[in-house]
Design a protein. Structure first.
Length: 240
């Protein structure tokens, strides 16, 4: 499929979003987040309790299949800097995941989170502070698998990355604190603008970036070892 098929809103996305949006007052309903009005995907167990820890950042990612895992794990590395671990959910249907050539040793919190995810019948592994979940292999609707993963993460930061736009996941993308559109350097300017506009239709807090990954930087990102400088800059700007 062409890059435009992954980044432009899927057919009937608006009607699917309306049909699948949580009812007002339901446990999963998004809530306004500060003056910016950003919304979070909240679930039973993800809802902060009075006097409890605040929810960490959540970021949606749109990227081509070849780059989506590297971009997602790199963003997970960035948002986990001040937390014990981060959950990274990737939806790349039709693309078989492969173990990274290099992998950061799993931190204890990430290893525990990965074990909890596997107990929920999700395909998960840990690298550094990141616990990575493959939604496409969960054997259920990606939104259902994402809900199980988010419940396991509790108040930890979350990344929801998709390579193929899916009406089932668009409502969840729209409830993240921000969306990053990661585009390869070869992307035509008109297509890049269209992809960014599509993301802005989901959330007001969106930005695009050029993700230029040579073999070394791709390996480091996939293994949870190091995030490219461009990724660190765009995430820090969105969450400032």
């Amino acid at each position: 499929m062409a890059l435009r098929d992954f980044l432009i809103a899927p057919p009937q996305a608006d009607s699917a979003r309306e049909a699948s949006a949580p009812a007002h007052g339901s446990d999963a309903a998004g809530q306004a987040d500060g003056a910016a009005g950003r919304r979070r995907f909240r679930l039973p167990g993800r809802e902060p309790q009075a006097g409890g820890a605040a929810l960490a950042a959540s970021i949606g990612v749109l990227a081509a299949t070849r780059d989506v895992r590297a971009a997602a794990v790199a963003i997970g590395v960035v948002i986990a800097r001040r937390h014990p671990a981060a959950l990274v959910c990737v939806h790349a249907p039709g693309d078989e995941p492969h173990a990274p050539a290099l992998r950061a040793p799993a931190r204890a919190a990430a290893a525990r989170l990965a074990a909890s995810l596997r107990a929920r019948e999700l395909s998960a592994d840990a690298r550094g502070k990141v616990a990575l979940v493959e939604l496409a292999t969960a054997g259920s609707q990606p939104s259902v698998a994402a809900a199980r993963a988010v419940a396991a993460a509790g108040t930890l930061p979350i990344v929801l990355a998709v390579a193929a736009r899916d009406p089932d996941l668009d409502p969840l993308l729209g409830t993240q604190d921000a969306i990053v559109v990661a585009l390869p350097p070869s992307t035509e300017p008109a297509l890049a603008e269209l992809a960014t506009t599509s993301a802005c239709a989901l959330t007001a807090n969106a930005a695009s970036m050029t993700l230029a990954l040579d073999p070394a930087s791709r390996t480091l990102a996939l293994g949870g070892l190091r995030a490219p400088a461009a990724v660190r800059a765009v995430v820090d700007a969105l969450l400032a």
